[in-house]
Design a protein around this ligand. Structure first.
Ligand code: ARG
Ligand code: ZN
Length: 870
């Protein structure tokens, strides 16, 4: 049954105070709650009954109203709730429930991970802990007392500040936490375990001292520095850029091994998937370090964009997620290379989010309905949501945007609000009309922007004609025009930017209609347009660039993002041609333009090596798939490999120079320059390995064996493991495992290397790995590393013509859905794209979806499968 935004009503009751008391036990955990409640004066539901959310798994032991026991006839229970009629205007409700965290494999609510108790309550996990108004617009002050055996659970944590603790005679101890800030239940957290801590501190701009504490299992104490350093940078950045200070005396992060997502912003007590917080150079790649910095920032920034100001209902999820992703992206851009960060974010958006927008689960940034909210923690809500906020930033400019965010935080502090409230604050502070812009929140789909131009030499006039349209999506097939900020520059024959007025070289064109014309006067010669600079809007841009023009833009565009994108367009055009050549049985021949462009890139010593590495990276198979009419995974894979090999052949010398020049043996450093050099070194090696020459293999083997960091070791491992050198690959894989078997995060990387091998035996290998004791279906990181990587990042093998990849995924989803519905439904994504493939594959994929549908399913998987088959 679907829930609709249009049915929103304010809660009929409020909870002013929430007092929780947990007795953690191995057989069962007792949860006592004391809720100080009253009728909501803003509700028009009169004497409505109180309907508390509560999962079927809750065992109700006692229920008291104002100190008097209620009996079974005083309330009603169904699968999802408990209802009490006839209540006074003010009352205290006390409730004792019994739960079994040790049996909770959904990793939602209270559960156990490696012997420690922890929680995940967003979005609707609190109702698996006790009966409550588990909706974000019910905000309450929480006090939490935790009682547990001291031996096994020396550390007892919850939100806010620790206020009291004590010992009991039975070997148990207790701790009480007080969170002075009102919050919805989804931000509640509890942790109990045998944890070690690393302490640090941060002094806020107003001079308050905040204790920072990272809790980990003892074996991970050497992996804490980076997260703590990232946290301090985040805190300083939010003060500088947004004027936001931290508000409690203590900020804690806990690393747990079993976690459905990346991390969670619980007030004062962030809980992280260990893979998103633990790092050291020997075990973590450069990409891993950067990811951790971004996620630590993301969760910290939620303290304001999410916690102090939260969501009215889950349709507004992007209010906090889109805004916070925008904030963390800007933070990362400021900490490292802005252009490289932008390239990475846009790559993700254009492959995965665009694919989502084109599939059966397409939804607006603010969805209008859902069956299971967990399914809407999507690329659209997060990444496209962040692009929408970025466009507001572009439309307002940095200064007005800051005024808008100040007003938003001030106006709504302590409230649960909507995306519309956010836009309103931006409008009110800046005086800029965002009326039409609001459509980005309500219309799904990726707009297509088609540009053509003409130049009139006599009139010295250049004209851009722009058309926009947006394809149909499940919620609507007729879309109104979007307000699209199109950032444009014009290049002269030397490749210099033209002055577009007041010394401006980039101009924002406001597309607001289906068709528009923009005229530039006083242009002395035919310019070359650089369109959608910095990817100023999440759209598909079409302009008939020639290969020559793209090579020119690649060499001259002053916009770093568009320089890179020109290279991508050039490669895409050539590869699309080759894909159809391959399909028609024609011989493959690589056009010289790409070789020439790459030669320039590799010889340009003025370029940042990180940028060179990005420019050298061919469009991914996933991006080529997204762009295809009908996806042919085999042709895409073979053509991409062909182009890579041809380039490697033609550029051997330059690639070898780049490899040698950027390789550093010993003297590991983690800074922008060293990371950039490693990225180019490994990009070069990856090209060279396609030549299948023994001397290159030796180079990779040497790098593998002598590496003092995981970036170099893993890059070499995956190249060797994906190569045709049979005994060498076996040996490298087994050496790596021997070296790292004690480190679960590295073992996950080892699993992913094997799962993403394009070799024909990879499904067999994946199945063999699953049969080993190291594999564990109840650990999402393991599942993602092996099953997720095979089905989501190994298109050529997942889409095997015999359909065995599909059958394998369906088997896993069916098994997982019983244990962890959120993970099962996420895993399904590749099957939902069945309409994009040839009819044979379509039938095979559909058959597996139908097989899944035939069994009993969680809401999570039911929603995805039923919408895919609709
Ligand atoms: N709010 C968390 C974050 O983005 C993610 C929580 C995900 N929860 C879920 N049920 N999918 O930082
Ligand atoms: Zn978030």
């Amino acid at each position: 049954r679907a829930i609709h935004l249009k049915d929103y009503r304010v809660p009929p009751f409020l909870i002013d105070r929430t007092e929780l008391h947990f007795e953690l036990g191995e057989k069962a955990t007792l949860v006592k709650s004391r809720l100080s409640m009253r009728r909501n004066p803003d509700s028009d539901e009169g004497d409505a009954a109180l309907q508390l959310h509560g999962d079927t798994s809750l065992v109700l032991r006692r229920l008291q109203l104002d100190g008097k026991d209620l009996s079974v006839s005083d309330y009603q229970r169904d699968d999802e709730s408990l209802t009490i009629a006839q209540l006074p205007d003010n009352f205290v409700l006390e409730c004792v429930t019994l739960i079994k965290p040790q049996e909770n494999t959904s990793l939602e609510g209270l559960y156990k991970s490696n012997g420690m108790f922890c929680t995940q309550c967003e979005a609707e996990g609190f109702r698996k802990i006790t009966f409550y108004l588990d909706r974000p617009d019910v905000m309450s002050v929480f006090t939490t007392t935790i009682v547990a055996n001291r031996q096994d659970y020396p550390v007892l944590l919850s939100n806010g500040n620790p206020v009291e603790q004590g010992e009991q005679e039975d070997g148990r101890h207790w701790c009480r936490w007080d969170d002075p800030f009102k919050k919805p239940a989804y931000l509640f957290a509890l942790v109990a375990g045998k944890l070690e801590q690393v302490d640090d501190s941060f002094t806020t701009q107003s001079g308050r001292e905040v204790a920072l504490r990272l809790f980990v299992e003892p074996q991970n104490l050497d992996k804490c520095d980076h997260a703590l350093a990232s946290l301090k940078r985040s805190m300083a950045w939010d003060e500088q850029v947004y004027g936001r200070e931290y508000d409690l005396d203590i900020f804690m992060i806990v690393a747990v091994d079993h976690f459905n997502m990346g991390a969670m912003e619980n007030k004062g007590l962030n809980i992280f998937n260990s893979s998103c917080v633990l790092a050291n150079p020997a075990t973590t790649t450069d990409a891993g370090f950067q990811r951790i910095e971004g996620i630590v920032g993301h969760e910290y920034f939620h303290n304001w964009s999410g916690n102090r100001v939260t969501c009215r209902d889950w349709f507004q999820l992007s209010l906090k997620e889109g805004f916070t992703v925008f904030r963390d992206a800007e933070f990362s851009a400021d900490m490292g290379s802005r252009t490289v960060k932008r390239i990475e974010d846009v790559s993700l958006l254009r492959t995965a989010q665009f694919a989502e927008d084109a599939g059966p689960m397409a939804h607006p940034v603010r969805p209008a309905s859902y069956i299971e909210i967990s399914n809407f923690y999507t690329l659209t809500v997060y990444e496209k949501g962040a692009e929408v906020v970025r466009m507001i930033h572009t439309l307002l400019g940095a200064e007005q945007f800051r005024k808008g965010s100040d007003l938003y935080f001030e106006r709504h502090d302590g409230q649960a609000v909507t995306t519309d409230d956010f836009i309103q604050a931006m409008e009110d502070a800046s005086g800029i009309d965002l009326g039409q812009f609001r459509r980005w929140y309500s219309q799904a789909g990726t707009p297509v922007v088609e540009v053509s131009d003409d130049y009139d030499a006599e009139q010295r006039r250049y004209r851009l004609k722009v058309r926009q349209h947006c394809p149909a999506t499940p919620e609507s097939d007729s879309k109104q025009p979007f307000h699209i900020p199109l950032a444009v520059g014009l290049l002269d024959e030397q490749g210099n930017d033209l002055d577009l007025g007041d010394g401006q070289t980039t101009k924002i064109l406001h597309l607001t209609e289906a068709e528009q014309e923009f005229v530039f006067e006083g242009i002395d010669s035919q310019p070359l347009p650089s369109l959608l600079r910095g990817f100023s809007a999440p759209v598909k841009l079409r302009y008939p660039y020639s290969a020559e023009q793209l090579v020119f833009l690649m060499a001259h565009d002053s916009d770093g993002f568009n320089r890179w994108d020109a290279g991508q367009r050039l490669a895409v055009d050539l590869m699309q041609g080759l894909i159809s050549d391959y399909q028609q049985g024609r011989e493959l021949v690589l056009d010289r333009s790409l070789v020439e462009a790459y030669t320039k890139v590799l010889s340009d010593r003025s370029l940042d090596p990180a940028m060179v590495a990005k420019l050298l990276l061919l469009p991914s198979e996933a991006y080529l798939a997204e762009l295809a009419e009908v996806i042919d995974p085999e042709a895409i894979h073979l053509v991409r490999e062909f182009v890579k090999r041809e380039l490697a052949q033609a550029l051997q010398g330059l690639l070898m120079d780049a490899y040698r020049h950027n390789r550093s043996e010993g003297d590991y450093q983690l800074n922008a320059d060293a990371i950039a050099r490693r990225s180019l070194q490994n990009a070069a090696l990856s090209y060279l390995m396609t030549l299948e020459q023994p001397r290159i293999l030796v180079l990779a083997q040497h790098q593998f064996a002598s590496a003092d960091n995981m970036t170099d070791q893993l890059a070499a491992l995956s190249l060797i493991a994906h190569s045709g050198f049979e005994s060498e690959r076996q040996q490298a894989l087994s050496e790596f495992y021997q070296q790292w078997q004690q480190d679960p995060l590295v073992v996950n990387q080892w699993l992913s290397v094997q799962a993403t091998s394009p070799r024909d035996d990879s499904l067999t290998q994946v199945k063999a790995l699953m049969a080993q004791p190291l594999f564990d279906l109840t650990n999402p990181n393991r599942v993602r590393a092996l099953i997720g990587a095979f089905c989501g990042q190994n298109a050529v093998q997942f889409h095997r013509a015999d359909g065995e990849g599909y059958r394998f995924l369906a088997d896993q989803v069916i098994a997982l859905d019983k244990l962890n519905p959120q993970i099962a439904s996420r895993l399904l994504t590749p099957l939902t794209r069945w309409k994009r493939y040839d009819s044979r594959r379509q039938a095979l994929m559909r058959a597996q979806l139908e097989r899944i549908m035939a069994g009993e399913l969680s809401k999570d998987s039911y929603e995805i499968v039923s919408k895919s088959l609709a």
